[in-house]
Design a protein around this ligand. Structure first.
Ligand SMILES: Nc1ncnc2c1ncn2[C@@H]1O[C@H](COP(=O)(O)OP(=O)(O)OP(=O)(O)O)[C@@H](O)[C@H]1O
Ligand SMILES: [Mg+2]
Length: 229
């Protein structure tokens, strides 16, 4: 029996009022993949993630999640998401780690499990704003993991994080990928670092970024702007 791709995008066309951002994009992410998504500022990485999450609807093309057309898809617990600058939205609010976790309507047990998996259980009752950036990042990862997702989507999770914390972050991603077969889609600007971590890299602007990383034979992109290089 064939397992359908976790994410399947066919001929995606999407534009804001200012014009098309994605112009005929195709992409499959298979179960257990660790995919890096790179591209310069404004090439549509966050936009693409929002299409996958159903926050934005493309003008053309089809999105399937776990084999189901997105309009019929209901298993949103299967997908964890850490938005770009996740910390900013709560950085001034006096909210505890536990309360952040409860936003996902998780049980006590689920919260403790998720916080342990990122070594943050002992911070459960601390205020989020009193944690370091790297610790906050771990809390957001824990929140995204609390419902035991099969797919984790991260939008620039290592921005502003020191090298050591970044290394620990990638160790954690490798563990989640290997031990729990979590499928990962991760946006980053750091092509060098990410290419050592992921199975394959997908670029939204092939024209402008040198491509010298692992070949990715499961991802097929067709981006109009990057067609003839
Ligand atoms: N809500 C919006 N309304 C109109 N245009 C938008 C909106 N969000 C993004 N855009 C435009 O769409 C393009 C792609 O934006 P997007 O945020 O997807 O880029 P990105 O690749 O994630 O960039 P970055 O690396 O800076 O995060 C940009 O030109 C941006 O100005
Ligand atoms: Mg972005």
């Amino acid at each position: 029996m064939n397992i359908p791709p976790v994410i399947s995008l066919k001929n995606i066309v999407f534009g804001y009022r200012s014009g098309n951002v994605l112009d005929g994009l195709n992409m499959d992410v298979l179960k257990g993949d660790f995919v890096g998504l790179v591209g310069h500022n404004g090439t549509g990485k966050s936009t693409l993630l929002k299409i996958i999450l159903g926050v934005l609807t493309p003008q053309n093309g089809t999105v399937k999640l776990f084999g189901t057309p997105i309009k019929k898809f209901k298993d949103w617990d299967k997908i964890g998401y850490i938005p770009q600058k996740a910390g900013l939205s709560v950085s001034h609010v006096p909210i505890t780690v536990d309360e952040v976790m409860r936003m996902e309507k998780a049980s006590d047990y689920e919260v403790d499990e998720a916080l342990s998996s990122v070594d943050m259980l002992s911070y459960k009752h601390q205020l989020l704003r009193e944690l370091s950036g790297g610790q906050q990042q771990r809390v957001f990862i824990a929140r995204a993991l609390v419902k035991n997702p099969e797919l984790l989507i991260l939008d620039e999770p290592t921005v502003g994080v020191d090298v050591k914390t970044q290394e620990k972050f990638y160790e954690l991603m490798q563990k989640l990928n290997h031990d729990f077969h979590l499928t990962l889609l991760l946006v980053s600007h750091d092509l060098h670092t990410i290419s050592h971590q992921v199975h394959c890299v997908m670029q939204l602007d092939k024209k402008t970024i040198p491509y010298e990383t692992n070949t990715c034979n499961i991802i097929h992109t067709h981006h109009k702007n990057a067609d003839h290089n």
